[in-house]
Design a protein around this ligand. Structure first.
Ligand code: ADP
Ligand code: MG
Length: 330
């Protein structure tokens, strides 16, 4: 920030524009630290994630979408444990003190914080390349959290929503330079929400407590995140490629290309969970009660690794397996 006054004004603006009533805020923005009251008999659940411009979102992403997404990706982590979100801390690194930009950012943030009952209770504001770091805090009954470990051979593998849409949009935006401006604009209007507006599956996560044997949110791609769950659980998985749920934007692609997006594309923020067969009837109940797509995409097996079976009975091996920040890019 160029001067202290600017920083102070920005913080006041954030405080004003993000005001959401939430339980347990004894002291919020304005002092040196916040004081939160954790309800008796509950544990605190904490997750943090950073979004860097050009890495986690295209540089032309609107501030409104950035404000939404920085909260959404963290709520998705709380959802994976089955927690209920309550509070958030926001560290903002901004190239300049731009109150217009900030107004859009806080509007996007609030559009998710409000319905989820999440209060922004503190943070930090600095100058530098655009980077947003958010810490989400929530609560859960002790011992009830869903873990990556806990899957057993024979469990069903289930995912919410659709897979591969965000990665497809990102590719279209990046290859888009050669398209006519109009077609580019159309594509962005129609489908960018798949990339910019992931829906944290909070209700689903909470409903899975007591039923699912393991759970993870898919942020880096199905194979990568299922791989984490399998490692933690000490087992293997068999997937059926024709059962992977596809968003409309993937329809019309060749099978191998569509499967690659679904298996390896990142940024979907859907939940992947394993369910003992004895609870299989719950899938129908959750679909209806939560108005959510749930697809059984495979089964947990003994051993290690992931085997993806195509409809022809042949194993399918995608070229990419997921997003890794520290992998060399060709
Ligand atoms: P300190 O220098 O003591 O860390 P600051 O001047 O950075 O305090 O912050 C003053 C208050 O504003 C604190 O309550 C802090 O949590 C809050 N705050 C600062 N930046 C943000 C932000 N980006 N979002 C939410 N709260 C913020
Ligand atoms: Mg201080």
């Amino acid at each position: 920030m160029p001067e202290n006054m600017k920083e102070f004004e920005l913080i006041l603006q954030i405080q004003r524009e993000t005001l959401v009533r939430a339980q347990g805020v004894k002291l919020g923005i304005g002092d040196d630290a916040a004081v939160l009251e954790i309800p008796a008999g509950q544990d605190l659940v904490v997750a943090t994630d950073t979004l860097n411009a050009g890495i986690h979102f295209p540089v032309d992403t609107s501030p409104r979408d950035i404000g939404y997404k920085c909260l959404a990706v963290n709520l998705s982590d709380l959802a994976a444990l089955g927690a209920t979100p309550r509070w958030a801390l926001l560290s903002l690194s901004l190239p300049q003190a731009d109150s217009e930009w900030l107004r859009s950012f806080t509007a996007g943030f609030r559009s998710l914080a409000e319905p989820c009952g999440v209060a922004l209770v503190g943070g930090d504001t600095t100058s530098g390349p655009l980077s947003i770091s958010l810490t989400a805090l929530g609560v859960i009954e002790p011992g009830r959290q869903l873990l990556r470990s806990g899957a057993h051979a024979g469990d069903l593998i289930v995912v919410s929503g659709t897979l591969g849409g965000a990665a497809r949009i990102l590719d279209l935006l990046q290859d888009g330079a050669g398209l006519s401006e109009r077609r580019r604009a159309d594509r962005q209007r129609l489908d960018r929400h798949l990339l910019d507006r992931p829906r944290p599956r909070l209700q689903l996560g909470q409903s899975l407590v007591g039923f699912a044997s393991a759970c993870i949110d898919i942020s880096d791609g199905l194979l990568a995140d299922l791989g984490h769950l399998l490692k933690a659980s000490g087992c293997a998985a068999r997937l059926a490629t024709d059962s992977l749920p596809a968003p409309a934007i993937l329809k019309g692609l060749e099978d191998a290309q569509r499967w690659s997006y679904q298996l390896a594309g990142g940024d979907d923020y859907e939940l992947l969970f394993t369910l003992p067969r004895s609870h299989a009837a719950m899938i129908k109940i959750w679909r209806k009660a939560l108005d959510i797509d749930l697809s059984v995409i495979g089964e947990i097996e003994a051993g290690e690794g992931i085997c993806c079976m195509g409809p022809d009975g042949q194993e399918f091996r995608p070229q990419r397996t997921g997003f890794d920040h520290f992998r060399k890019r060709s």
